[in-house]
Design a protein around this ligand. Structure first.
Ligand code: DAH
Length: 340
């Protein structure tokens, strides 16, 4: 055995051992550089060919080429394993592994609440109307019988875009838009986003959703308003519910009322959510003020009607047991997944 043959054997055995021991891809790559790169051990052996006596050169060259191919092949084989580590385990099925979970999208809790409210009113003959979220002062206030400087304007913390343009503070302006564009009778609900410049907290957010209702025809009475809202509340909250209407004030309705239902968390006993009263306020309502008809070209002597409006977030929070309104707007999948 020539000295070169001896060295070839040494390099072969150490290279094969290191290839098989390399724990991961980067270790394996280190071994490749050490042996197969341009300045690696095998290249160094090729350099030594020049000092081999001429009669031994062909045999030595052949042995070196063989070595290089063998190491390259061992390296390639090992690389294949490193790239597909499961390849070695493919024949073993581990029945104790947890299954792979597929997540499907879900409707947002607010959408679910809105859809249910929409469905109830649709079955009672209400069409769905929508309107712009960027409104003018005329539709958001003036035509709803809020005169300039009327104190009721201050109740709504308005985001103004310019003196006359604002983010609507309620869905009521769409009542005006519907009546401007449709002769009576009209019977619509108006779901949508509204905006208020209030301090953000667990209870209030700068945007939220309302569902507005409007029914105008000949001879519509307060009794019909009550009947419709009681029917809605029983379908939505449960048929055994108790309710009451309290007198209230809104510029665009006369008379005006607010509807309360027995707190469905404590059953009327009094708890934190109903502030110990046993009652929850769920909506505002009233008979459309005749002044409003004159803004939209309806004849107040010929028609009468009612309107109502309710906030959706509070309903959804009570329904799903949420204690912070902001979670409805964060779109955290860990929250949303619970409503699939
Ligand atoms: N727009 C009122 C608000 O945002 C809610 C409301 C009350 C709407 C009475 C109505 C109504 O249509 O008749 O506070």
């Amino acid at each position: 055995m020539t000295p070169l043959d001896q060295r070839i054997d040494d390099v072969r055995s150490s290279a094969l051992r290191e290839i098989s021991e390399a724990g991961d891809r980067s270790a394996l790559d280190g071994v490749r550089v050490k042996y197969l790169a341009r300045k690696g051990h095998i290249a160094a052996l090729f350099e030594e060919l020049s000092s081999v006596p001429p009669d031994q050169k062909p045999a030595a060259g052949k042995a070196l080429n063989l070595l290089r191919r063998e190491i390259q092949a061992a390296f390639d084989a090992r690389l294949g394993q490193a790239a597909h580590p499961e390849g070695r385990r493919i024949d073993r099925t581990d029945l104790t592994l947890p299954g792979k979970q597929k997540w499907v999208g879900s409707r947002h809790p607010l959408t679910q609440t809105l859809d249910e409210i929409r469905g109830i009113f649709r079955r009672m003959g209400f069409a769905v109307a929508t309107g712009p979220e960027i409104e003018d002062d005329y539709h958001n206030f003036e035509a709803l019988n809020f005169p300039p400087d009327h104190p009721a304007r201050d109740m709504q913390d308005t985001f103004f875009i310019s003196k006359n343009v604002l983010l609507r503070t309620h869905t009521s302006p769409v009542q005006i838009r519907v009546m401007e564009n449709t002769p009576p009778p009209v019977r619509v609900i108006i779901p949508g986003r509204v905006y208020r410049n209030e301090a953000i907290s667990a209870r209030s957010y700068c945007l939220f959703h309302q569902v507005e209702g409007l029914y105008v025809d000949q001879g519509v009475t307060f009794r019909e308003l009550k009947g419709t809202l009681v029917s809605f509340a029983k379908q939505f909250y449960g048929s055994s519910l108790k309710y009451r209407f309290r007198p209230s004030y809104f510029p665009f309705t006369e008379p005006s009322a607010e509807m309360d239902i027995t707190c469905f968390l404590c059953g009327g006993e009094g708890c934190r959510v109903c502030k110990k009263t046993g009652w929850l306020e769920i909506l505002g309502c009233g008979m459309v003020d005749p002044n409003v008809y004159s803004f939209v070209g309806y004849d107040p002597k010929k028609v009468s009607g009612y309107a109502f409006g309710m906030g959706i977030e509070r309903i959804a929070m009570l329904r799903f047991g949420l204690d912070d309104i902001r979670i409805l707007f964060e779109n955290d999948v860990r929250f949303l997944r619970q409503f699939a």
